[in-house]
Design a protein around this ligand. Structure first.
Ligand code: SF4
Length: 315
């Protein structure tokens, strides 16, 4: 799985002042499961160290100016940003992680200045804006936002789901494979967006007899849109109750009470999601409910990332 990352977040001493912004979650945790493709359009344009730059609004356009001399550096930065984008286009990416607040890499977090020096809000950095336009469905986040347990869990789930879809796409897919893919993603999709889950079900049912290529393209658009939605405790709770329904006949009264109290405690933010999920996993194994054991929702990414063990990973 390949993820493009701002070079300074990988620990490369490539910032304007010769420093880095090493992010250990990215390199030490995510790095166990991903290959990183680094980029740095500023180093490519101006080398390191270099004078810092800022975004400046001039006659309605956004330019890049040197903080030291005030020179307009927009063209050289656009040129190297395009070169970095071309490099990324040659890679089968499953996501991009940007450095926050940077005039090149920030996601709506780079300060935009007026010519008189006043701040006029925040914008996408130059390179980030190009990526947003080129990859509207690709998972993208900033390292700053990934400090938030909920955003981190959503992003990692999205990246791994994107990777699974790309693997399916590369495997000479058939309608049978697509139906299977949809089936095992049922509860993950429901936790993201119930309406889109139903629409995806209609797409794979193909009542209008579209060609498989059309069905697959429609499914890809819907699936990649759905996995970009953020999960909520309310929707996740509904999914957990739904999963609990699969044990209705098998569970003893005591087991039912335990499961429902775990779900309620999750909804009340007393325990993290991993608690009711582990209980469901346990019962699914005990009573051999294969349909549940195959659901991606139970383990949407390697469990050692432990992102659902955090109370704040639900909102
Ligand atoms: S341009 Fe981007 S990758 Fe390069 S140092 Fe600045 S934030 Fe980091």
């Amino acid at each position: 799985m390949k993820i493009a990352v701002s070079s300074c977040l990988l620990g490369e001493k490539i910032r304007f002042d010769g420093g880095d912004k090493h992010d250990h979650f990215i390199t030490d945790e995510l790095g166990k499961f991903a290959e990183f493709i680094p980029f740095c359009p500023e180093n490519l344009a101006f080398k390191t160290p270099r004078p810092s730059v800022r975004l400046v609004k001039v006659d309605g356009d956004i330019q890049v100016h040197s903080n030291k001399t005030g020179d307009d550096l927009t063209l050289p930065l656009l040129k190297t940003s395009q070169e970095e984008l071309t490099k990324l286009e040659s890679q089968p990416l499953c996501g991009i992680i940007f450095k926050s607040k940077s005039p090149s890499c920030g996601m709506k977090s780079a300060k935009l200045y007026l010519e008189n020096g006043f701040c006029d809000g925040k914008e996408d950095g130059v390179f980030m804006g190009m990526c947003r336009e080129r990859y509207p469905l690709l998972p993208m986040e900033e390292e700053g936002r990934l400090m938030d347990a909920w955003l981190r869990e959503n992003f990692v789930m999205q990246v791994f789901a994107y990777d699974r879809f790309e693997t399916l796409k590369a495997s000479t897919p058939t309608l049978g494979k697509l139906v299977r893919f949809h089936t095992v993603h049922k509860f993950m999709l429901q936790a993201k967006d119930e309406q889109l889950y139903r629409e995806l079900g209609n797409i794979v049912a193909n009542r209008d007899n579209h060609s498989f290529e059309t069905v697959f393209a429609m499914y890809e658009l819907g699936f990649k849109t759905a996995i970009g939605r953020k999960s909520s405790i309310k929707r996740t709770r509904n999914v957990l109750e739904h999963l609990a329904g699969f044990f209705k006949k098998e569970l003893s009264t005591g087991e039912k009470e335990i499961l429902h109290s775990h779900i309620q405690d999750y909804a009340d933010k007393i325990v993290p999601l991993i608690v009711p999920l582990s209980t469901i996993h346990l019962y699914a194994k005990k009573y051999e409910i294969i349909y549940l054991l195959e659901q991606v929702f139970l383990e949407p990414y390697p469990k050692t990332l432990a992102l659902r063990s955090h109370i704040d990973s639900g909102k």
